[in-house]
Design a binder for this molecule. Structure first.
Ligand SMILES: *Cc1c(COP(=O)(O)O)cnc(C)c1O
Length: 404
């Protein structure tokens, strides 16, 4: 591992906050600003993406109390499994298409039955997932579709925001995921009756908890102060390198979540910070897209690398570039040089869901060979505005050397 640099690039491209965002200001609410930008029906603001999913699941379970299974991709954020558990439902992790993050159509149909409440296609890394197949499989058994767009705020398919093709969608406003209020989530539903149910469910479930809001407000101030190359070394890089030295990759990527998800309402100050920053979001997404396209073109010249890109008709977002290497040995060789190097190279999730020891009580054991293969061969490169052409060239050359 090369010596760490004074500057640290983030693993995902969050929209940097400005001091002016922090002044309390009256104005349209965060949910309204984002809904207007995306051209969606009204959005429902929650305290996290996970809380949004939990509320969506509880709402659907109220409609279909006899259905209690939730089908999710075998390679996704552990918080998804925790939300299903906290909703009192049963998780069914589904294997992936070989070499892809989408659920495998045949495996998905084996996972779905008349007990299935919802299927959760996931727009990973800002890429647009195959929601149509999830819809077809879900409709066959009478289940709902919840689009996990936690990593894809601003992504579109055929001009429409992701999250609108399924019954419900959600975005995350967590630190590093594009627009951030440190933690936050937005729920989306096309159908007015379902929107009303989601609002009613949240008003029953979600208390005001000023202690949590204080904590999140201080965390947001810390994020505003440290989310820049100098601060990230302290806030992200040094703890990352300590975890890597301990041989704890789950801690290194922050996959070690608590088993209980707090539910509370987001206060006015954090909303106004988000609303002001959101004004810069469309331009930020465009700039990230242009940068990512140049990086994708360069990576294509490295033989043996597969980079995930948009298909025709899709306009994803680019928090980071998601890559597959030919095998785990070469992926690990690349990570040995790049992970702790301060260049924003990382892994997405460490394991397929059934392989997290701490989720043993939540995720049933299952053979998911393609999800496991995806975990073993993938790596990510943060698409940060602070990454220079020189930084990116260093990454490409290192990958080339490991593959050659
Ligand atoms: C981060 C994430 C979530 C959870 O969102 P939070 O806002 O962090 O609670 C859900 N799904 C995926 C794919 C994620 O990356």
């Amino acid at each position: 591992m090369p010596p760490p640099r004074r500057q640290e690039l983030p693993p995902t491209a969050g929209l940097p906050l400005r001091p002016g965002d922090l002044w309390p200001a009256p104005g349209p609410s965060l949910a309204r600003v984002v809904a207007a930008q995306l051209g969606t029906p009204p959005l429902q603001l929650e305290c996290s993406g996970t809380a949004s999913l939990l509320i969506a699941l509880r709402a659907l379970h109220e409609l279909e109390p006899r259905r209690h299974r939730v089908v999710v991709p075998g390679f996704t954020c552990p918080l998804v499994a925790i939300a299903v558990h906290q909703a009192g439902l049963e998780l069914t992790p589904c294997d992936l298409r070989p070499g892809h993050f989408d659920m495998d159509p045949a495996a998905l149909r084996r996972c779905c039955d008349e007990q299935t409440l919802a299927v959760v296609p996931t727009h990973l890394a800002g890429r647009v997932a195959d929601v149509d197949d999830a819809l077809a499989a879900a409709r066959d058994v009478g289940a709902y579709v919840i689009e996990d767009a936690a990593q894809a705020l601003g992504a579109r398919r055929g001009g429409d925001s992701v999250g609108l093709a399924g019954d419900i969608g959600f975005f995350s406003l967590a630190a590093g995921k594009g627009l951030s209020t440190y933690e936050g989530g937005l729920l989306l539903a096309r159908d007015p009756a379902l929107r009303e149910l989601l609002a009613r469910t949240a008003s029953c479930m979600v208390p005001r908890r000023p202690g949590w809001e204080w904590r999140r407000s201080i965390e947001l101030l810390g994020y505003a102060a440290l989310y820049r190359p100098r601060g990230l070394r302290l806030a992200y890089g040094d703890p990352l390198r300590r975890s890597l030295r301990r041989g704890d990759p789950v801690a290194a990527v922050g996959d070690d979540f608590p088993m209980a998800i707090p539910l509370h309402r987001m206060g006015r100050w954090r909303q106004s910070v988000g609303a002001r920053a959101a004004a810069r979001l469309p331009a930020f997404i465009e700039q990230s897209r242009a940068h990512a396209q140049r990086c994708v073109a360069r990576l294509r010249r490295v033989a043996g690398i597969e980079v995930f890109d948009d298909s025709p008709g899709q306009q994803g977002t680019w928090p980071f570039l998601l890559l597959l290497l030919p095998d785990q040995a070469r992926r690990d060789a690349a990570l040995a040089q790049l992970w702790g190097a301060g260049l924003g190279v990382s892994r997405l999730f460490i394991h397929a869901l059934p392989d997290y020891a701490y989720l043993a009580g939540v995720v049933p054991p299952r053979e998911l060979p393609h999800a496991r293969d995806f975990a073993a061969r993938s790596l990510s490169i943060g698409n940060s505005p602070w990454m220079t052409d020189g930084d990116f060239e260093t990454i490409c050359r290192t990958l080339q050397a490991c593959l050659g």
